[in-house]
Design a protein around this ligand. Structure first.
Ligand code: PBG
Ligand code: ZN
Length: 335
């Protein structure tokens, strides 16, 4: 009897042991490609857990430093910082709270810590939109918003941020920010653009943490007039091409799992480092299933990260970077 004829492929030979599975893997995830999302909040007395985001807190300025010190020991050396000021306004925003936290991080940890900072206005505005509203309150004004964003980004870069990351989705903000940085001698500051950011339901827990949900008596109830429609991959491609042309160093797809096709297509099309964001809703989804005992959370996160790398991401923004050493160890050989 000729078993080769019955099983010509023999695919299971390459799955039979951890050793051969490790050797046959086409992609790998490592902690060095992960960026930890962090919140720092003005005016709170002690740090507060974020619902759904296990292990993530709305930090005070001092607990942030303590947490980062612990993270560094666990191998986390890159963060994406979200600063939440207590003063909310309609325009004329003051970036100094967040800038002070950046300066403190760089003073304490210097080059050991790569600090990327989210640049947006939704944590600064009374209404929670990502920019300055028109007098009628029916749309976000592009030009006025972009000048504020450039000013805020420059303040973060001057405070020592290694990378500024605009997440607002206004047109031409990448060019404006790059120009402002260069004019101030900050030509070494990296710019990571949330270039393919979709109008998604997977940002829920984040908006609680960052105090940034659209709210109050404004006609504009959601971010559909500035974030990309989920059914418009062409829009994601056009915006990413534009942001690359305007000087973005790193491009991004966000959220990750529901937009894996976009990540795959765009990363093949545009030769730039690609980031992907495992958003708060994606992260919390896994955590909630795990809490109910329905899945193994750590292995599910690692599986998701693997899909991101497979689809073309070179870096992953996740709330679980600080758990990655443990989770990756737990996952070794388990797929
Ligand atoms: C701010 C911003 C958001 C996220 C990153 N920056 C929320 C939003 O656009 O409403 C989402 C992050 C997450 O869900 O983890 N513009
Ligand atoms: Zn925003």
């Amino acid at each position: 009897m000729d078993s080769k004829l019955r099983y010509p492929l023999g695919a299971r030979r390459l799955r039979q042991s951890q050793a051969v599975r490790e050797l046959a893997r086409e992609v790998r995830v490592s902690q060095e490609q992960l960026i930890q999302g962090c919140f720092v909040v003005d005016g709170i007395k002690s740090r507060e857990a974020v619902p759904g985001l296990t292990g993530v807190y709305r930090e005070t300025p001092s607990t942030l430093l303590r947490q980062v010190e612990i993270d560094l020991k666990k191998g986390v050396s890159k963060i994406l910082l979200f600063g939440v000021p207590s003063e909310k306004k309609k325009s004329g925003f003051n970036p100094s709270f967040t800038a002070r936290q950046i300066a403190a991080l760089k003073k304490n940890f210097g080059k050991d810590l790569f600090v990327a900072v989210d640049v947006c206005l939704c944590s600064y505005t009374t209404h929670g939109h990502c920019g300055i509203l028109s007098p009628e309150g029916d749309h976000v004004e592009n030009g006025k918003t972009v000048s504020e964003l450039a000013r805020v980004a420059a303040a973060y870069a001057e405070a020592g941020a290694d990378c500024v990351a605009p997440s607002d989705m206004m047109d031409s903000r990448v060019a404006a920010i790059r120009e402002t940085l260069d004019a101030r001698g900050l030509e070494r500051t990296l710019l990571m653009s949330y270039s393919a950011k979709f109008h998604s339901k997977f940002y829920g827990p984040f908006r609680l943490a960052a105090d940034s949900a659209p709210k109050g008596a404004v006609t504009l109830k959601d971010r559909a007039t500035y974030q990309i429609d989920p059914a418009r991959p062409q829009d994601a491609l056009e915006c990413s091409l534009r942001d690359a042309a305007e000087g973005a160093d790193i491009l991004m797809v966000k959220p990750g799992l529901p937009y894996l096709d976009v990540l795959r297509d765009l990363s093949r099309e545009i030769p730039k480092p690609w980031a992907v964001y495992e958003t708060s809703g994606e992260y919390a989804g896994v955590e909630v299933l795990a809490e109910k005992g329905l899945i193994n959370g750590p292995l599910a996160h690692v599986e998701m990260w693997t899909s991101f790398v497979r689809a073309g991401a070179s870096m992953i923004i996740t709330y679980g970077a600080r758990s990655a050493r443990e989770w990756l160890r737990a996952a070794a050989g388990q797929f």
